[in-house]
Design a protein around this ligand. Sequence first.
Ligand SMILES: C=CC1=C(C)c2cc3[nH]c(cc4nc(cc5[nH]c(cc1n2)c(C)c5CCC(=O)O)C(CCC(=O)O)=C4C)c(C)c3C=C
Ligand SMILES: [Fe+2]
Length: 462
Amino acid sequence: MDATSFCGALPQTKLPASNRNFSRSCPRARSVVSVARHSSEEFQQPDKLYSRESLVVSSSSSANKGMTASGRSYLSGPVVKRNPVGQAFCAASVVGVGAYCEGFVDSHLHVTEEKVGVLLLNLGGPETLNDVQPFLFNLFADPDIIRLPRLFQFLQKPLAKLISVLRAPKSKEGYASIGGGSPLRKITDEQADGIKMALKAKGLTANVYVGMRYWYPFTEEAIHQIKKDKITKLVVLPLYPQFSISTTGSSLRVLQNIFSEDAYLSRLPIAIIQSWYQREGYIKSMADLIGEELQKFAKPEEVMIFFSAHGVPLTYVEDAGDPYKDQMEECIYLIMQELKARGSYNDHTLAYQSRVGPVQWLKPYTDEVLVELGQKGVKSLLAVPVRYATCIFLFRAVNWCYSSFFQLVCAFHILIQVIFTSPTLAVCLVGAINHEYIDPVTSFTMFYLLIYCSTIIMKASL
Ligand SMILES: C=CC1=C(C)c2cc3[nH]c(cc4nc(cc5[nH]c(cc1n2)c(C)c5CCC(=O)O)C(CCC(=O)O)=C4C)c(C)c3C=C
Ligand SMILES: [Fe+2]
């Protein structure tokens, strides 16, 4: 649990994947304890799936979209496992995984001296208004965010500089409205603590690390600590419920770059949980929160549930095969099914916010839908950010509504979603982590078994 200190400062530039001489505080070093694991019998247990035909369809289609139109590869599908010695990450068990039995623990345990690490990946956010422009630079310098054709990639950084400077005033306004900085680090730390506690409760003690993509603590810092701690198995959990090239894909690309250049890391067995929007615990937590909020309205059954999600440029989905839209729609479907099962038959709608730049983003747009709903005479609206409590984009839209004619027609109610620090969600995520605990170990063991056998055969033939 000790904090390990680094010193020095990172400039505003995005950290190159190979830069591991960076120095900054990496406060989430965790003590290492031996870990209980489960037999493969457990692994065979049927998963508690929220199944629906399209769940399988969207998962498998995700798998097929591993290579983007521009020839860039990215990882998709709920879970990816890596060959322990392979340099590359490879997609495995895709269809139907990602939603696992939460009670998947507790028998056939045996203890080993493994040092398991759980790496939580997130976006990161500016902690002060002064951080906003450098944070934006890091974001726009990411080739998974500003996707330039290969020929123009040399323009990435100058463009990032320009856009970050132009965007900074608007962003600062947003961050100023939520207290002068992003609470994402605090939220992620709380999530990490929750996950650690939930792991412990299941008898699975592991080091938990946080790695951010665009701000402190950077993913590189977490990896540095993982190496220092001599972790022997790693479960990677991006804290994005749905997969997008621009979020999970981008974070995994950083990992891929770092791992492929490092002898120790390239041998480290890892498992990656690519999406978890379809997990029972997540869907139920969302339904719990929505259900509670609905009860605050005079006529809960008349409330329109308005889901608002962070968008992506349309080309991500249409040209690059980003599964994000499918997964988001699937997620909303599952939440609504759960609400129906509980007797709530509310109307609902999904819209996307946070457009940046002149290109077309996923539609319908949040601000336009809000106007339409007002014009249709919707009186009660429960706005649900599908992601964070800190969703500045949704707050922006809602604030705008409050200050316009909308206030007159809609009895607005905003659901502030605290799900990401909820213990239920932590337990749900630990279900996913726990599932991954065993498989890399199995493949790791299998690999050494193979090496061992082939050595014997080679020796015998000499
Ligand atoms: C081209 C730009 C962007 C893409 C693509 C994009 C995808 C994307 N982002 C999130 C989640 C978050 N983004 C956040 C901030 C943010 N995102 C962009 C741009 C793109 N995002 C910008 C410019 C910013 C900064 C704020 C602003 O200027 O409007 C955040 C907030 C982080 C925080 O500080 O708390 C989140 C969360 C997802 C899920 C996603 C793709 C699906
Ligand atoms: Fe974003």
